[in-house]
Structure formats: structure tokens, C-alpha cells
Design a protein around this ligand. Structure first.
Ligand code: ADE
Length: 277
């Protein structure tokens, strides 16, 4: 069986510009889990069908803890997305991940609380049972590898691995927290991507995240501490690079055979569901 691909793009802070898509069309949708953050923008990149969703809404009116992550992922699934590429603005927790750098995440530590992490909680009567989804590997290896090789081909520097620390926000971390997260082995920090990465796995969708480093949080001596202004300033400065990498990766996608990967993600999700009666 061969599969057609459709790519969901979830744009974080600073990347919610629909101009990256050609032949755009807006679509208002709802899901069994409520409404996604905004209308979906359907369109294409290099002939590949894509669906863009602004994680915080196009007016940036949703705090990280108020984003309906389940509705966002389900809306992309309903629309037929087989892969999801997301962006996230992050603080760096290590010296060599510098503001302006891109990081292709390969792991996460979730310190968010109270965000709905599963579709299988009875909200949707069609989804029976519980889902105990394994989280290793957390992100899709094939999609990550394609992003990494594309970055190299178009001469965009990126760190090929990185563990993200997900915090609730909306406040930034204290210095003591920042130092602790460094000791825990996290490389970058943000307020999103968890539970997005978990829900994408439950939904059987291949998911990869490109983190853009905007600041050194507040652990590094003699360095400007993170602030909303600094995040936006450094994101805007580097957003062209990020858009180039996403567009170039999507252009490469039809050259690959995704059948096995898509099938494996769907089977993996299916076999993680436990129905007791
Ligand atoms: N997003 C961008 N920089 C951040 C930081 N230092 N902490 C949490 N989220 C962020």
C-alpha cells in the first residue's frame, strides 16, 4: 500500500505567516476535543499539500497553557496530515547552543502540569480504552534525518540533537530553576511542544520539531536575560532561515518513500491502545 503525504506545520511564536504556502485557503474546523487555536490554512509548498496552524492563534491570543493541543493535533489528523513539522522559540541551557541556532529536537523533559496528554480519556466515544504510548523515540527519526540533511545541503547550520525542557509558563524560569534544568541534561527550554509531541504519537503521525534558540534563559553570567522582547527580536532576526529550512525539507519529501514510516506510526499508536472489556 502506498501513501500520499500531507504535511501539517504548527508555527510557534513568530512563525504564523501563511505566506509560506501557495494557493492558500482558510478552513474553520472543529474536533471532538474542541476548537483548534485558529482556522487551518490549506495550501502547498513545492506542490506538497500542507496545512498551517498558528499554535497561539494568528493574533497570538493564547497562552502556552491555554492552547488546546488535542484539538490542534486532531484537526491536522482529520485533515489527513501524515507528518507534522513544528517550530518553537527556545532558550538555550548550554554554552554552545547560541541565540540564532536551530536545534532538531530528539528528546524532551515535560514539567508542564494539567495539560491534556491523551485522546483516550472518554472525551471522544469512538476512542475506546486507554493509550499507553511509549515515548522513545520521541520524535520521528526519518523526518528528523531529512531536516538535518536538508539543512546541510542548503548550508544552514543546525544542532542535530537536543533535549527540550517544557515548562508551563507563562513566566520564565528563576535562575535556580534554570541551573537545575541544565543539571538535568536539558539543552533548550520552551513552554510548548509538550504535550504536542505525545499527542502526535498517539494520533500515529510522524512529528519533528525545529527549535530556534532566542536567548540564554537566565543562567549565564554577564548575558542579557530572557525577556519577551528578546525572544521576539531574535526570532524575527532568524525566521527567514527557519522558513527556508521548512520549505526546503518539504520540497524533498516527495522524493522519499514514506509508506513504511507512516504505516509504522499508525501501527505503533494502534498497538498502544489497551481495551479492557
Ligand atoms: N521561549 C523562548 N525562550 C524561552 C525561555 N528562556 N524559557 C521558556 N520559554 C522560552
Amino acid at each position: 500500500m502506498s501513501y500520499l503525504i500531507k504535511v501539517g506545520i504548527i508555527g510557534g511564536t513568530g512563525l504564523d505567516n501563511p505566506d509560506i504556502l501557495k494557493n492558500r485557503e482558510e478552513k474553520q474546523v472543529t474536533t471532538p476535543f474542541g476548537d483548534p487555536s485558529d482556522k487551518l490554512i490549506l495550501g502547498e509548498i513545492s506542490g506538497v499539500p500542507c496545512v498551517l496552524l498558528a499554535r497561539h492563534g494568528r493574533l497570538h491570543n493564547l497562552l502556552p497553557g491555554d492552547v488546546n493541543y488535542r484539538a490542534n493535533i486532531w484537526a491536522l489528523k482529520q485533515e489527513g496530515c501524515t507528518q507534522i513539522i513544528v517550530t518553537t522559540a527556545t532558550g538555550s541551557l548550554r554554552e554552545d547552543y547560541k541565540p540564532g541556532d536551530l536545534v532538531i529536537l530528539d528528546n524532551f523533559i515535560d514539567r508542564t502540569h494539567g495539560r491534556k496528554q491523551t485522546f483516550y480519556d472518554g472525551s471522544c466515544p469512538e476512542l475506546k480504552g486507554f493509550c499507553h504510548i511509549p515515548m522513545e523515540p520521541a520524535y520521528c527519526a526519518k523526518l528528523r534525518n531529512l531536516i538535518i540533511s536538508t539543512a546541510s545541503n542548503i548550508n544552514i547550520f543546525c544542532h542535530p540533537v537536543g533535549t527540550i525542557m517544557a515548562i508551563d509558563g507563562p513566566r520564565f524560569s528563576s535562575r535556580a530553576e534554570s541551573l537545575m534544568f541544565r543539571q538535568w541534561g536539558a539543552d533548550v527550554i520552551s513552554m510548548t511542544t509538550c504535550p504536542e509531541v505525545v499527542l502526535a504519537k498517539e494520533a500515529g503521525i510522524s512529528y519533528a520539531a525545529i527549535a530556534l534558540v532566542t536567548d540564554y534563559d537566565c543562567w549565564r553570567p554577564n548575558t542579557e536575560h530572557v525577556s519577551h522582547d528578546l525572544v521576539l527580536k531574535n526570532f524575527q532576526k532568524n525566521v527567514v532561515k527557519l522558513i527556508s529550512l521548512i520549505s526546503a525539507t518539504i520540497e524533498q519529501m516527495p522524493k522519499e518513500d514514506w509508506s513504511d514510516t507512516i504505516k509504522k506510526h499508525l501501527e505503533f499508536a494502534e498497538k498502544s491502545v489497551w481495551i479492557t472489556n
